[in-house]
Design a protein around this ligand. Structure first.
Ligand code: KIV
Length: 277
């Protein structure tokens, strides 16, 4: 397999669908990379999926860096993208460049993702000028879900849809190499995909995008308290894990684990030691 680059991803538009998944650790990244996944996103969904926060807002640069470096170590071929967490790029373009460079130097990733529309264009321009490839993110932007009024579908009215189309064009003009479209009507995603020169990656944005992204834990059914409408579960891991772990608990309690095949023997006679203090 060949290492994926930003150039490869750009060239896939209109030729081959792009496959992107989230990853947060080296072992899962290795499995996904081995399946030929094009892009691994170390999403700030890390906050909810792995770190137990209520939202993505508390996630810090240090937490993200720790996981980005792990994913990079496990993934030799995929394009690894680090999500810039809330507070790491909003203060100034200079702050964004400093943190984008940290992600590339310390985390070893291939680029970053920045949530937002027109308001982040100066930041995108500064990052790209500094040599940090940027993926944009429009539609539902979880870091600012409070401002949007939650995680509901965005762009259902003509005014909001027109604004999103304009934002997509401005982001491309600012230099993004691809664009995540999250939870928007399928037809709007089709229009945006047709109008921008960079690949669009949909999550809850229908079939017409240039590629699709899902949170890996959703696809594997690792989280079974809630399944978003746009997720197709390919596995139901949560009940399988419960069953396996309960089996281990029962075996330990019953004294049937470990068995002789899991234990070590020696030619030494240890029976004398039994009486020693
Ligand atoms: O943080 C994340 O996992 C994301 C994807 C849902 C696109 O931004």
């Amino acid at each position: 397999m060949k290492k994926k680059t930003v150039k490869h991803i750009r060239e896939m538009k209109g030729r081959e669908k792009i496959v992107m998944l989230t990853a947060y650790d080296a072992s899962m990244a290795g499995l996904l990379d081995g399946c030929g996944i094009d892009i691994l996103l170390v999403g700030d969904s890390l906050g909810m999926v792995v770190l137990g926060y209520e939202s993505t807002v508390p996630v810090t640069m240090e937490e993200m860096l720790h996981h980005v470096a792990a994913v990079r170590r496990g993934s030799p071929n995929a394009l690894v993208i680090a999500d810039m967490p809330f507070g790491s790029f909003q203060v100034s373009p200079e702050q964004a460049v400093e943190n984008g460079i940290r992600f590339m130097k310390e985390g070893g990733c291939d680029g970053v993702k920045v949530e937002g529309g027109g308001e982040v264009c100066a930041t995108v321009r500064a990052l790209v000028r500094a040599g940090v490839p940027v993926m944009g993110h429009l539609g539902v932007t979880p870091q600012t879900a409070g401002l949007l009024g939650g995680y509901g579908v965005q762009g259902r009215t003509p005014e909001v849809a027109r604004g999103m189309l304009a934002d997509a064009a401005r982001l491309v003009e600012a230099g993004v190499f691809s664009l995540v479209l999250e939870c928007i009507p399928e037809e709007l995603a089709r229009v945006i995909t047709g109008r921008v020169a960079v690949p669009t990656l949909g999550i809850g944005a229908g079939i017409h995008c240039d590629g699709q992204v899902l949170v890996t834990n959703d696809l594997l059914g690792l989280f079974d308290r809630f399944t978003p409408h746009f997720v197709r579960k390919y596995l139901e891991l949560a009940p399988m894990i419960r069953e396996a772990v309960s089996g281990f608990r029962n075996d330990v309690r019953a004294g049937s684990f470990p068995g002789p095949e899991h234990s070590f023997s020696s030619d030494t006679d240890f029976s004398d030691l039994a009486g020693e203090d």
